[in-house]
Design a protein around this ligand. Sequence first.
Ligand code: ZN
Length: 133
Amino acid sequence: MKVLKVDHIGIAVNSIDEVKRLYSEVLGLNHLGNETVAEQKVTTAFFPVGDAEIELLESTAPDGPIAKFIEAKGQGVQHIAFRVDNIEKALEELKARGIRLIDEKPRKGAGGAKIAFLHPKSTFGVLVELSER
Ligand code: ZN
């Protein structure tokens, strides 16, 4: 497997509308718009920064993963995403090396990306997302 770069950093927020002012007006980043990923009960907003992006994540339901994260830990950095060249191969290889996977198979993420999460128990507490697009 090959990790190509940090694709994005995912930040859990209560309200994209409220937080986007910081990233667009204060930090001057370009807001690419919002996208809801219904299966994951989340709305995302992307802000490119150089070669990577900031992803704001707002839950669309009280039982969604982002709502649960905020309930447990408060708003803040939720995951780091690495772009890989071949996500199926990467998952196979990581599994063979004993890394616990949340997603055995890639699923559809925002922007048409194929994504999969690794279990934080296997990555020293960091929720790692793999992304291919
Ligand atoms: Zn993400």
